[in-house]
Write a protein that binds this ligand. Structure first.
Ligand code: HSE
Length: 326
């Protein structure tokens, strides 16, 4: 559906497209501060640059069932691009086509993936493209409109790849962490939708000191395990006592699903981002496939259809697919 055609007398001067991967935010112990990029799924955005001053528009969105906003100020892809263009005072008209290739409201960083793909595509067309690290802050503005919170734990890994720690939001400070070579991940997405806004609204605003101690001990343990390739430490540390206990009732039979992954050899299993997708990390791809199959079966046992994605960690993050200049 074409909803927002730029003025058709405008001459197009360049086109680009970019892919941005899905992400697993939180990784259990790191609510809002840890995230990991996967190879698939992800979104693709195509950007067209015109020879005149003009707005950022969305000309088409495919694969979203007509659900996503087409208005530039409401769509995460255009919001991120507008924030970038404003910051570098770039005023030429840009149109975007968004190819959604991942489920919405899944907990796999869908809104971030569109915004990251869009900003990566447009950045490649700028006279002087910014380094990827500088783009994180603009995509966070898009997350703010998507779910009311400018969290970076989907955005940063989708852009930069690998596993990213958000050490601080004010000021923004993030660190790309080392990833053990055999660390594999599976994501299982049940055919349910949970809005991030809803899943954030139910969280407790305050936590007890004892709970905080447990969580930051595990977070530090997890980060340490990444630096030392210590899979057993990763296993002991992937524990979430903050979000998982509150959010897991949104996922049918979460305890059974998680147990099935652990029985299949997973090092840890928790909710992917705000859910309802569930993820597990494993040592090696073979266990990731086994954990995925076990979770799919556990969902099937309660008549919930689910889809799985299995792979190693994507260390590259967003990538420009093509640039054409006319
Ligand atoms: N850290 C965010 C949350 C990620 O858990 O709400 C949302 O995908």
């Amino acid at each position: 559906m074409t909803v927002n055609q730029p003025n058709n007398t405008m001459k197009l001067i360049a086109k680009s497209s970019a892919f941005a991967p899905a992400t697993v935010a939180n990784l259990g112990c790191g609510f809002d501060v840890l995230g990991l990029a996967v190879h698939t799924p992800g979104d693709v955005v195509e950007a067209t640059l015109y020879d005149e001053i003009g707005p950022v528009t969305i000309t088409d969105v495919t694969g979203d069932g007509g659900v996503l906003p087409r208005e530039a100020h409401l769509n995460t892809a255009s919001v991120a691009v507008m924030a970038l263009c404003k910051s570098v005072d770039f005023r030429q008209a840009i149109s975007l086509v968004i190819y959604k290739q991942m489920p919405l409201g899944s907990g796999m960083g869908s809104s971030a993936a569109s915004a990251v793909a869009a900003i990566a595509a447009v950045n490649a067309l700028l006279p002087v493209p910014l380094p990827k690290e500088s783009l994180v802050t603009f995509v966070m503005e898009a997350e703010q409109i998507a779910c009311g919170a400018a969290h970076a734990d989907n955005v940063a890994p989708s852009l930069l790849g690998g596993i990213v720690l958000i050490r601080s939001y004010h000021p923004l400070d993030f660190i790309k962490l080392p990833v053990p070579a055999d660390l594999a991940v599976c994501i299982v997405h049940p055919a349910l939708e949970v809005r991030t806004e809803t899943s954030r609204a139910i969280l407790r605003k305050q936590i007890a000191l004892g709970v905080a101690i447990e969580q930051w001990g595990n977070l530090a343990g997890f980060v340490s395990g990444l630096y030392t390739n210590d899979y057993d430490l990763l296993r002991r540390s992937l524990v979430d006592v903050v979000a998982e206990p509150v959010r897991s009732p949104l996922i049918p039979n979460f305890t059974g699903i998680k147990q099935s992954a652990m029985d299949a050899g997973a090092l840890g299993c928790s909710i992917s981002g705000s859910g309802p997708a569930v993820f597990a990390i494993t040592k090696g791809l073979e266990y990731a496939h086994k954990a995925a199959a076990a979770m799919i079966q556990a969902f099937a046992d309660i008549n919930v259809v689910a889809q799985s994605f299995v792979g190693l960690v994507n260390n590259e993050g967003a990538r420009v697919l093509k640039i054409e200049r006319f």
